[in-house]
Design a protein around this ligand. Sequence first.
Ligand code: SF4
Ligand code: SF4
Length: 170
Amino acid sequence: MTTDAKQPNPEFAKKVVEAGGKTLNLCFQCGTCTGSCPSGRQTAFRTRKLVRRAQLGLKDDIMGSDDLWLCTTCFTCYERCPRGVEIVDIIMALRNMSVREGHMAPQHKKIAQLVSKSGHLVNLRDEDKAFRKKLGLRETPPTVLEKPAGLEQVKKICQITGFDKLVAGD
Ligand code: SF4
Ligand code: SF4
């Protein structure tokens, strides 16, 4: 007899727990997280399902999936979970594992590349400078944007830690 049922992989589930998802097995699948998720209202992402897949260790369903990158880390589910499951920590652990296996959403990759190149997630545009001036602020904030030595340090950290290689590519 053949079956299409997916086989649980406890080893992978254990790795998720060890990677930061220590509350993973507290989840009793009530679905409060899914019902609270603003991202899930706009997409097919279902938080409860992702947590269940992690509990079962369904690695192939998680690594490389688009769902993993649809969480905005707003923490609503985290605050509402009746079991105290640290859902965002689980998602972060899964993302870290996914990136190490070469899967990262292109948009996240682009932003990560900006950090290693400019030390910031968002570039400072001329419009931003003008708006800052209008608010009575310095045109450029006192960050690596005006401290080249600081930016060199950021780049060095990215290089030493392997972060720049991890997020390289299209
Ligand atoms: S709200 Fe908490 S217990 Fe309920 S499904 Fe989500 S993670 Fe599991
Ligand atoms: S933290 Fe992520 S999964 Fe949780 S409610 Fe916000 S977007 Fe949804």
